[in-house]
Ligand binder design. Sequence first.
Ligand code: ZN
Ligand code: ZN
Ligand code: ZN
Ligand code: ZN
Length: 316
Amino acid sequence: MTSTDATDLRGGDRITVLPGKARSAHTYRPLTRGFAIEVTHARRDHAGDIEATGILLTTRGAWRTSVPTRTVILPAGSYTTPIRVGDAVYYRHTGETPVVTAIHIRPDGTALADLLFRTGATGSGYHLVQLQHHARPATPPVEQPCKGRHDPALPCRRCTQATEPVTTGCETPLCSRPAVNLVVWSPPSGGQQAKALCVSDADQHMARLRDALPLVIPLADGTHSYLADGSGTQVATCVHCSHAIYLYPALLGRRQPWRGGAYDETGRCPVGEDRAAIRVVHEPAVTVAERDYARAAAGCGTGDLHALVDCPARRP
Ligand SMILES: [Zn+2]
Ligand SMILES: [Zn+2]
Ligand SMILES: [Zn+2]
Ligand SMILES: [Zn+2]
């Protein structure tokens, strides 16, 4: 066996140990029941078998919390081929063989895959345990414009949209241009109102609203909406935590102005800091590819856009 053999194992691989063929590393007895593990350590023993230590997984692919790690002796054919980024997999629902472009691990250990189908369509949130290994490329693929890893020769819809900026449309009826400004004004009836407008519609609007003391706020890169309260607060999606982040008018022009909510004074992104182990601030995803990748990588799975403080997945 060479080191590129698909049956080789390394840390991070998830395999199902098949019943009957594998043996306990402690008793050398054959293991009569199958189970899934995430390999933390693997080495080849003198007999050519693999001695692997791993964390036991639930049927959903989450880490089992109450059970310690397990060490097993794996002869050839005693475990399933692990799925790695770049591998083609069987997608049972349609019989297709898409390519895995990224694998994201949820806080409970569940592994979710991003898939690139042969048509160029992409999807995310596929449970790794429900996919079956099909083929591995000779060389591991490198990162592509879509932020996933795949053969650059494969058609990929997300790659073609990679530079498409996140925008919000001009709110003037029948105008299809992207908005560049947020016009905020105080109507005579009281309160405040805001509207996202393109350059020419913003100019017209300003001229009409002279007496209402309109204020023009340029839309920041990554802004896709604004708060309905008329405050002129912009809303984007954080590239690190994938949650809603806010740019308050009072912080315009500051160096790191995005906040996780009204009571966030520092703008620090706890999810990004957990992952990078350094200080990370909320930053907007500025391209559609960046935003989609962030949602697949860090999304809490609820689908709707909310602030981190309101996240149902983080509530104790
Ligand atoms: Zn791509
Ligand atoms: Zn317009
Ligand atoms: Zn964040
Ligand atoms: Zn959430």
